[in-house]
Design a protein. Sequence first.
Length: 257
Amino acid sequence: MNDIILSIVAATLLILLLIAGIVITFFMTNRQRMRQEHELTETRLAFEQELRRVEAEVSEHVMSQFSNELHDNIGQLLTAMHIEIENRKLDDPENQESFKPLEIYLAEVRQQLRLLSKTLNNDFISYSGLLASLKLEVDRLNKLKRFVARIEDEVTGTPLKSDQELMIFRIFQEIIQNVMKHAEAKQVVITLKSDSEQFELCIRDDGKGFDYEETFRENKGSGLRNILKRTALAQLECTIHTKIGEGTTYILKKLPH
């Protein structure tokens, strides 16, 4: 009788050990699989972040080169045109007045070129800061006379790094390009609020607006996708409020820690 009981106990213990072994093996295998999936996800995210960083660096490098080309090559051509006009005025003093419209247009082009060259130059933006760069861009936009732009600011400091400010300025330029191409706006209001802990940039236009969901659903929002991608890269959040006939508002905020 005792032998039977001992056999039952031994068999039960053996079964329990087998079950425990299976559970432990399953748990360890599942844990290893989860760790591998986590590592794979981290690797994928790191790759995407690095890819975006490289894309941004290439884009900014192209911007800087383009800025230098504008300033050096086209600037020299405009200077040569100015000299040619002055020579023509000396050769034909009786018709000097007829050259005035050309001089006015040439001066306007040179001023626009100077402003554009600065806003495309990374070093200028890093040196001057975001607020000064935004004001310069607003000045340039108003001279184009496509719409009236104004900037309102409450700035006492910044929680951002210089590369974040540069990215935000490029995002701002892309938003403005969207406004110029699609919004048919008459006014654009830029509001910047920033201190040592918080940051918010709001760009609001009174244009025709659009259907946000439909734009993404029909794969038309490449510019919007680029804005959202760059915002995420700058560790910010971007909220877009829009409705057909009621304009569009873009809000960029610093993500909380």
